[in-house]
Design a protein around this ligand. Structure first.
Ligand code: FES
Length: 241
């Protein structure tokens, strides 16, 4: 967990666009009187989206005023949740998942690409196009390794297709969201959709083998109990003689 501070260089002012202000007023109206503070996260999120994906101090204060909250309460929220960026993040903000499934599938090689092309984490590249941050699991482990860039996921990455993705983004070319190897959602890779073609899954043999060990264990227990009872009865009969 890193320390989260407001950017040193801040704009002088922030205001919602008329469209976003109307949206914010509709959000606030969803809550009963006295509960307007419940709209704080949606409003901060909208302010961030309007301001190139980062939250300046003036935006935090603006939201506080709109919700009749002390500035410090809104600041606490903005600094607590890592979804809020407190510094400029470039045109394309890359969140690289470094958690175990992605790490085992090559996230470290993607990290090398970012270090080489963009530089250190939390720094905007010289051309203003990129900044990156390593984050915990983003919930797309089936298609690991993956990154989130602004609002979209890019999955099944390799250093080669990731470099190409970054080239295309930098050049403003259209890019493919989601899997970079053409699979839909988290279906098997193209040509490998044979998981359910194994006949043993349906003829009962797999389940039968699994169940048989419990049947065998119960039979062995019964046999041992009967043997012990017979030995006990034989010993009692011998004593009577
Ligand atoms: S571990 Fe990377 S998305 Fe879950």
């Amino acid at each position: 967990m890193s320390v989260r501070r407001l950017a040193q260089k801040q704009p002088d002012s922030f205001d919602f666009t008329p469209e976003n202000r109307a949206w914010a007023e509709r959000e606030i109206a969803k809550y009963p009187p006295g509960r307007q503070a419940s709209a704080v996260i949606p409003l901060l999120w909208r302010a961030q989206a309007q301001n190139d994906y980062w939250l300046p101090q003036k935006a935090i204060e603006k939201v506080a005023r709109m919700l009749s909250m002390p500035d410090i309460r809104v600041l606490e929220i903005a600094t607590f949740y890592s979804m809020f960026n407190l510094e400029p993040v470039g045109q394309h903000f890359i969140q690289l998942c470094g958690t175990t499934p992605c790490m085992l599938r090559g996230a470290n090689a993607l990290k090398d690409v970012l270090s080489r092309r963009v530089g250190e984490q939390r720094h905007v590249s010289a051309d203003g196009k990129f900044a990156w941050l390593e984050v915990e699991c983003l919930g797309a482990c089936c298609n690991a390794p993956m990154v989130q860039i602004n609002d979209d996921y890019y999955e099944d990455l390799t250093p080669e297709n990731f470099n190409k993705l970054l080239d295309d983004l930098a050049a403003g070319r259209p890019v493919q969201k989601g899997s970079q190897i053409g699979r839909k959602s988290s279906e098997p890779e193209p040509g490998k959709a044979d998981t359910l073609n194994d006949a043993s899954l349906f003829d009962g043999s797999v389940v039968g083998t699994w169940k048989k060990r419990f049947v065998d264990a119960r039979a062995a227990e019964k046999e041992a109990a009967e043997k012990a009872a017979a030995e006990k009865a034989a010993a009692a009969a011998a004593e009577k003689k």
